[in-house]
Design a protein around this ligand. Structure first.
Ligand code: IPD
Ligand code: CA
Ligand code: CA
Length: 262
């Protein structure tokens, strides 16, 4: 059986070390490449950070498998055993253009169940983490259990992409939601936006296309803080595929699902 206390202490050490390396990279010039489209970026720092985690995991936990965004891990086709889902830099565009609003995101799942989740905002030195059944923290401070928020006072995290004509969802429903809430924010990092839902900085987050490495850490942290994470139609997230993701505080979750997402 996995020793989660030991794994937790070890990951936190690696995350701090990776954070130090990423901070040090700010003064170096980046090698930037594009992936699926001209706005889908990857840098040498994304790749080096992913490699750093993979090499460490392979030497300390050789029977664990790894799903990494930059493809240097394993081909994952089933959720059996322990799987690390890693986004070495979530918010690469922000990393390249702004040097802020990006994070390391890691979710560790056993037979499809989240056991440990981490989102590290390197620039602000904020490590959000959760352990199944034990709660969620920001650094050493436990996150308060999320409470009910009415739509009128909610702050919604959503990208402008989903408020204009798109082929994934009727933008008019989301425009109405954007009008009804108190405010709308977009940070350009799904992981940070989930961490913000967990910590109450956002009341809800909606996106139409996230990959497992984008939400694996954040889903665990939101759930341990008392929030709910599902697809936009209220179904369970498939941890092996791209999903539309809806995360919110309880109460608000049901209100948005019923009135705006169905
Ligand atoms: C992206 C960011 C972005 C989200 C995209 C992700 P990346 O991740 O999280 O906010 O809207 O769906 O792909 O490419 O910066 O790791
Ligand atoms: Ca990502
Ligand atoms: Ca990434």
């Amino acid at each position: 059986m996995a020793n989660w206390t030991k794994i937790d202490q070890t990951v936190k050490r690696w995350i701090q070390e990776a954070g130090t390396n990423i901070r040090a990279s700010f003064t170096n010039s980046l090698t930037i490449q594009t992936k699926s489209n001209p706005n889908d970026l990857v840098t040498n720092v994304d790749q080096e950070t992913e490699r750093f985690f993979i090499e460490n995991i392979r030497s300390h936990f050789p029977d664990h498998r790894i799903l990494g965004e930059e493809g240097q891990g394993d081909q994952i086709k089933s959720l059996d055993g322990v799987i690390w889902m890693i986004d070495p830099i979530d918010g690469t565009m922000n990393f390249v253009h702004q040097q802020r609003n990006f994070a390391i995101s890691i979710g560790i799942y056993e037979d499809g169940i989240g056991q440990l989740g981490y989102i590290y905002d390197i620039v602000h030195d904020e490590l959000y983490h959760a352990r199944k059944g034990h709660g969620a923290w920001m650094n050493d401070t436990p996150l308060q259990k999320l409470e009910q928020v009415p739509v009128e006072t909610a702050i919604l995290g959503i990208s402008a992409t989903w408020l204009i004509n798109n082929r994934h969802f009727d933008q008019n429903k989301l425009i109405q939601l954007a009008k009804d809430v108190r405010g709308v924010r977009s940070y350009g990092s799904a992981a940070l936006e989930l961490a913000y839902v967990a910590s109450g900085r956002l009341s809800a987050y909606i996106t139409m296309r996230n990959a497992p490495w984008d939400f694996a850490g954040g889903k665990m942290i939101v759930e341990e803080a008392g929030g709910i994470v599902s697809t936009i139609s209220g179904e369970d997230i498939d941890m092996l595929s791209i999903n539309p993701v809806f995360a919110a505080a309880p109460g608000l979750y049901e209100d948005i699902l019923k009135k705006y997402l169905s």
